[in-house]
Structure formats: C-alpha cells, structure tokens
Design a protein around this ligand. Structure first.
Ligand code: HEC
Ligand code: HEC
Length: 410
C-alpha cells in the first residue's frame, strides 16, 4: 500500500511541477505501479482483491482459488494435513513446498544478500534476508501473485492473457469493470496489472492480515498476564542458552515501538530432514536447496547459500498442520524435539546409510554440511544433553499457542 501511495505522490508531484525545474525529478514509479487509466481507491481494490482471492474460476481447473491453499480460517495457510498442496489444471499435481501462512508479511523487506537492520546495530551484515516465498525470490506481493496464477502446480494459467480472459468471462467481470473502467478488458496488460494490484492491496489489509489480536499482543499491551507455563515458555524461548529461538524469531517490541513479527526474515539452513512423501523426492537426485535453487536461479553459483530458507513468522503457528519448507513435521512438539536433538540424537531424525552410519542432513547433496546452522539450540555431541527437556518443550509449545490471533479475554 505504501508503494501505491508513493506512486500516487510521485504522479501528483509530476503534475504539480512548475518552472523553474525542481532540483531532482521524483523517481518514476515502478512499471507495476504506473497510474491506471482509471485509478480505484484502496477500499475498492481491497474488496475486489478479497473477491478474487476466493474465486475458483480464475484457475485452469476452475476449482482452485488462492483460498484453497491459503484458508482464512487457518491464518491463510492450508486447512488440510498434506505436506504439499495439489493444484494445476487437473487439480492433482503436487507442489514441492508447504503452503505458508500469508499473515504478517507486511514488513518482509525486499530480498538482499547483505542485509543491514535499521534498528539496533545497523553496522552488522546479517547476510541473505527477506523477499517473498521460502527462498525469498519474489520482490513484492504484487510480483508474487503472478506466480500462483501461472504456476502449473497451482492455478495453472498459461499466461497473463489466460488470466485476463478468465476474469472477463467470470462472475467478477462487472466488479472488475466498475473498479478499472468499462473498457479495461480491451487493455489486457493494464487488466493484469490491476488484478495483481487488487490481490496485493487485499493482502495488506490490516484487519485480515496483521490484526495483532493474539494473547501475546494483549500481554505486550499489559491487558492480560501469561499463565505460569506460558511465561516459562517465553523465558525459555528467549534464553540464549536454552531455546535461543528469539535470536531468529524475534519476540520483543522493536526500539521504534513496533510489535514483534517473530522472524528476522533471515534465510538460514537448518538441515531439515528430507520428506519422502513429496513426489519430487522420488528422484534421489532432486534437492530443493532454497536460496541456491532450483526454483530460484539468480544465486545458483553460491554453494554457501544452498539449503537456506526464509525464517517464517511464528505468529499463528499453532494453526499450522505441517511445518518447515518441505512439510516434513506435523506437530510443534516434533519440531521442538528436532531442534534440540538434531545434533545430540541424529539417529532419531535421519535415515542410516548402507554402512550403518547416520545420514545427517539427508536433504542436500554431500559436501554442504558446513552450510547448516550450528547455533543454540543446535549443537552438542551425539549422546550429549539436549538444550531443552520434555517439560521445557511443553512450556515453549504452550507459549507458541499465545501467538494465535483472535484472543478474547483474560
Ligand atoms: C496449490 C496451492 C496454492 C495456491 C492455489 C496458491 N498458493 Fe500461494 N503459496 C503456495 C506455496 C506452496 C507457497 C510457497 C512457494 C515457495 O516458497 O516457493 C506459496 C506462497 C505464497 C506467498 C508468499 C508467502 C511468503 O511467506 O513469502 C504469497 C504472498 C502467496 N502464496 C499468495 C497467493 C495468492 C495471492 C494466490 C492466488 C492468486 C495463491 N497464493 C495461490 C501455495 C499456493
Ligand atoms: C538460527 C535461526 C533459528 C533459530 C535459532 C530458531 N529458528 Fe525456527 N526457523 C528458522 C528457519 C530458517 C525456519 C525454516 C526452516 C526450513 O523450513 O527449512 C524455522 C522454522 C520454524 C518453525 C516452522 C514454522 C512453519 O511455519 O513451518 C517453527 C515452529 C520454529 N521454527 C520454531 C522455533 C523455536 C520454538 C525455536 C527455539 C527452540 C526456533 N525455531 C529457533 C530459524 C530459526
């Protein structure tokens, strides 16, 4: 939304320029945000985007909408327990990654290889950070939205023209014309831009996507208290020698006052086990290595980036049915046990090689072990003490449940 205001402001400025020429002309708005022939307001775009988000006639199968994989009742994540969702023109083509929640993405920074935080210590290079999708490859929700509309594993449209043709023939055509002008469908490129803009603006509507209505938010506002178990969980989550979760999943109010998003947006390799349930993994030579490919191609020469995925927000994480980029786990207890046993009891998480040794980090080709993060709660020797015991894991899980939106009462 901010970008749209910037684009509008730039357009207004351009219109108001008087001689003599101003010192520096405002930068031209990016093409995606160039003024539309008929520029609708935010309320109109939000309503249209909301309708489009749940409109199955926009898919090649006629049966799938964004909401099929991003259900509003599941924090805009999947409602089912599948590791990856089915899509495509036959509604049966399996995806390659878990469908994420779409909440609390409003502050995801554009992808950068060398990220410098703007609050706190901005001199430190935090490394690859930001961008949409698990590998950070989409620069904005606008650019991202074209992905699922055209992906052969998702909504399966051949090209932009196919999307516009479906809009034109579908039940949303009158609303679309009302928003963008009667002749909008005579300008397919502008129509596609309008469609993506409506989806993007809807996905930035605060009440739907970042309401900050969890128990933890009420606690931060001093409107409620945590139970003893939740409070112990929070302390363990923050404790650098125990969970150390907050080092990546930020839990504190920012110096500027912004409530935490439970991510620093960093792309990190956790060595998540290979998920044998994924159809793509039937090929032993297929590896989803996130930042270094194959879905993302601009950094494929960077071996040190292989296996890195963007740290997800943990807001509403208790509503998720599968976890991690490949959906390899299906409970929070299991995720927590993986964190603390990956290095102390690897035989519980990875298969054995033919010689009987444990095949650690089995979802990446050999030679990339040095890419895997070793900070607490990871580390320790096989047979050593895990950073968290079962009771402490249960405490953290109780705390994670306070991050679900819609808390009402003390
Ligand atoms: C078939 C299931 C499916 C459908 C349909 C689908 N998505 Fe997704 N969505 C996914 C998956 C899987 C990902 C993760 C992709 C990746 O990381 O490569 C994703 C990622 C996203 C993201 C990025 C989230 C993040 O954390 O960066 C956004 C935004 C998004 N989808 C919006 C949409 C919109 C808008 C639509 C409809 C136009 C849509 N999706 C349709 C499965 C789906
Ligand atoms: C070094 C950074 C880092 C630390 C420390 C860390 N995480 Fe994560 N977390 C990540 C990354 C990166 C992912 C995604 C990894 C992937 O899918 O390959 C993730 C994913 C998760 C997920 C899955 C969420 C989803 O939507 O699929 C949960 C739950 C989670 N972390 C909880 C925790 C908890 C609890 C702790 C502390 C015990 C913790 N994390 C510590 C970086 C970190």
């Amino acid at each position: 939304m901010k970008r749209i205001y910037v684009a509008l402001a730039a357009a207004l400025l351009a219109a108001c320029q008087k001689s003599p020429a101003p010192p520096a002309p405002p930068a031209a708005p990016p093409a995606a945000y160039a003024p539309m022939p008929h520029q609708p307001g935010v309320a109109v775009l939000t309503a249209l985007g909301r309708a489009m988000f749940s409109e199955p006639s926009l898919s090649a199968s006629g049966r799938q909408s964004c909401a099929s994989c991003h259900n509003p009742d599941n924090a805009y994540g999947p409602a089912n327990r599948l590791a990856v969702q089915l899509g495509g023109s036959d509604s049966a083509t399996p995806g390659t990654r878990a469908a994420p929640s779409l909440k609390y993405l409003q502050t995801v920074p554009p992808f950068s290889e060398h990220y410098h935080d703007d609050d706190g210590d901005d001199s430190a290079d935090a490394g690859p950070t930001g961008g949409y999708d698990w590998d950070g490859r989409a620069r904005s929700a606008h650019e991202q939205a074209r992905g699922p509309l055209l992906s052969p594993r998702e909504m399966g449209n051949r090209d932009d023209a196919a999307v516009v043709a479906r809009l034109r023939a579908g039940p949303l055509a009158p609303q679309f014309r009302q928003a963008f002008g009667d002749d909008i469908f005579d300008h397919p490129q502008a129509a596609m831009r309008g469609a993506l803009m409506a989806l993007e603006v809807f996905q930035q509507s605060p009440a739907d996507f970042y309401p900050y209505t969890s128990k933890y938010d009420a606690f931060l506002r001093k409107q409620t208290v945590l139970t003893p178990r939740e409070a112990r969980g929070l302390a363990l989550f923050n404790d650098e020698a125990k969970g150390n979760c907050a080092s990546c999943h930020i839990s504190k109010i920012a110096p500027g006052g912004a409530f935490p998003q439970f991510t620093d947006y960093g792309l990190i390799n956790l060595g998540v086990p290979r998920n044998g349930k994924l159809a793509v993994n039937a090929d032993p030579n297929y590896f989803d290595l996130g930042l270094c490919g194959p879905d993302r191609t601009d950094l494929s020469g960077h071996r040190e980036y292989c296996g890195r995925f963007r740290t997800p927000s943990l807001r509403n994480v208790a509503l998720r049915r599968v976890y991690f980029h490949n959906g390899s786990f299906d409970s929070l207890e299991q995720v927590l046990r993986f964190y603390v046993q990956r290095d102390t009891a690897p035989q519980k998480w990875y298969p054995r090689k033919s010689d009987g040794s444990v095949h650690k980090f089995d979802d990446q080709p050999p030679g990339l072990d040095a890419n895997v993060n070793m900070e607490a709660p990871f580390g320790g020797r096989p047979g050593g003490k895990a950073a968290l015991n079962d009771r402490e894991i249960a405490d953290i899980v109780a705390f994670l449940h306070t991050l679900t939106d819609g808390y009402s009462g003390g």
